[in-house]
Design a protein. Structure first.
Length: 86
């Protein structure tokens, strides 16, 4: 997590995934399933993603094991649910 988090109103999903050490597709599915408090996924004709940089920073500052922190390495995403949503 040595990468710098950009300022501004939104953060690119691939950058957030790289900082978290997860695959971008993992982060997309987790946002679709509401697993993280720092972003949302909205489906119109295709999925659109928004990651709030301030909330992302705050999430990363949470101590591991706290109620508001869920370690992505231990998180599961429901791929069957993802397939149904498409």
């Amino acid at each position: 997590m040595s990468q710098e988090i950009p300022g501004g109103k939104r953060m690119p999903l691939p950058k957030a995934a790289a900082i978290m050490g997860v695959n971008p597709q993992f982060l997309r599915i987790a946002l679709q399933q509401g697993k993280f408090p720092f972003g949302v996924a909205v489906k119109r004709k295709k999925w659109n993603y928004y990651i709030n940089p301030e909330q992302f920073r705050e999430y990363l500052r949470q101590p591991v094991g706290s109620k508001s922190f869920e370690n992505p390495a231990s998180m599961t995403v429901d791929l069957a649910e993802e397939r149904k949503a498409q």
